[in-house]
Ligand binder design. Structure first.
Ligand SMILES: N[C@@H](CCC(=O)N[C@@H](CS)C(=O)NCC(=O)O)C(=O)O
Length: 197
């Protein structure tokens, strides 16, 4: 398995965390972000979206960290990180979608604007970001984990851009249950520290 990634990419980080927890070997292929390698034709052949991460798995190419998490969880994690029963899978999928909606367009993009990586309306992105934190706080006030009462790929998918929310102008202190959940994730055996810039 090859992972095309950068060290700072929060979406690549999700894949690295699960591989670390499950002790799954893979080859890292560093994409040169500063020279915009991810926007050049050779990379765009792998991922027309021009984004990392991308994985080559069993001779096929997959983009989107969600696909990578699903593959690794199912192939190497048994039932533990992605349950196979219909209800359990739906519960995890609900949070995988949340990671790719409110967290992505809210928390990730607010940080992107504040770091000069992205243009667009900070006010609009922060509106989605506030919604992301409110939904998480609402759920986590009486649940330890996001889905099925244990850590799953739902937690890994949501973690990085919630952790980085302060870089997008959000005060996590206002959401103590969210802070506790971040700490529970960080205490999992094999967890990796998220690189800050
Ligand atoms: N939904 C994608 C999002 C990937 C993403 O946003 N990657 C960022 C780095 S963390 C990127 O490559 N951004 C460049 C761009 O969107 O142009 C995933 O989960 O893999």
């Amino acid at each position: 398995m090859k992972l095309y990634m950068t060290d700072i990419s929060g979406n690549s980080y999700k894949v690295r965390v699960l591989a670390s927890i499950l002790n799954v070997p893979y080859e890292k292929v560093y994409v040169d972000w500063d020279s915009r390698e991810h926007k050049q034709p050779p990379f765009l052949k792998l991922n027309p979206r021009g984004q990392v991460p991308v994985m080559e798995i069993e001779g096929k190419v997959f983009w989107d960290s969600t696909a990578h998490l699903v593959y690794i969880a199912r192939k190497f994690g048994g039932e533990r990180w992605l349950p196979a029963d219909a209800l359990g899978m739906a519960e995890v999928a609900q949070w995988l979608a949340f990671a790719q909606n409110e967290i992505h367009f809210g928390l990730q993009w607010s940080r992107g604007v504040m770091k000069g990586l992205k243009t667009g309306s900070l006010q609009e992105y922060q509106g989605y970001g506030r919604k992301a934190l409110e939904v998480l706080a609402w759920h986590l006030k009486d649940h330890e984990w996001l889905a099925v009462g244990r850590p799953t790929i739902a937690d890994i998918a949501c973690y990085p851009y919630v952790k980085r929310a302060p870089e997008g102008g959000f005060m996590l202190d206002a959401y103590p249950a969210v802070v506790t959940w971040l700490e529970c994730c960080e205490a999992l055996p094999g967890w990796l520290k998220l690189q800050e810039r």
